[in-house]
Design a protein around this ligand. Sequence first.
Ligand SMILES: C[S@@+](CC[C@H](N)C(=O)[O-])C[C@H]1O[C@@H](n2cnc3c(N)ncnc32)[C@H](O)[C@@H]1O
Length: 201
Amino acid sequence: MKYSLRWGDINVDPKAWHRCKKQIDHPVRQVLSKTIKSLECKSVLDVACGTGTSFIRLNKLPEMDYVGTDITVRFLKVAHNEYYIRNVVRASVTNLPFKDNAFEVVTCKDILEHLEPLKWIPALEEMCRVASRFIIPIFFNLFCSSPTKSVIGPGDFYYSHINLEDVRAVLCLHDYEVSSIKWGIGNPTNQLMVAEKLIGG
Ligand SMILES: C[S@@+](CC[C@H](N)C(=O)[O-])C[C@H]1O[C@@H](n2cnc3c(N)ncnc32)[C@H](O)[C@@H]1O
């Protein structure tokens, strides 16, 4: 079996996958936009945004400054050409071309578990660096107690299990504290976490 290992290398039709109503209306995207609205933040970085599907809802929030980054050019092209997202930037999750504290909120959906083994740690650290107030990672495979481990499959890309306590520890090192976790949004394995920067941190 040939592994491409990186989500984005596999043969996903960006328009078919991201533009279907099921994706746009996914409950987790609804919760994400409600959460960002409730935090009263004006600048959002969506790391590994794919075609920018989450933007469709976020765009309805007033005065939202949205920037999306992704490594896969053909996804960013759809974001730019079909969703008219002006601010899309090609970047790796571990090397975001922004200054420290550049965005009030930094979010990512369904990427940390797709990275090479343990690469989610520098990725999360990089998100902490560019965020000034909140980090909102959305996981599809967050575990309360099992050890963090990386596996391949069921597709041909990485599909890691990430441990909640490991995530808390990394966030804590960067002065972030988990303020809420919503478990099982839309399906049992979706989790939306809000981590807040500690005052004075
Ligand atoms: C499962 S998709 C999620 C896309 C989007 N967040 C969403 O929910 O619609 C994973 C995304 O991560 C991107 N990606 C994979 N490895 C990456 C990396 N090292 N740096 C940045 N983006 C990456 C892929 O191109 C793909 O768009």
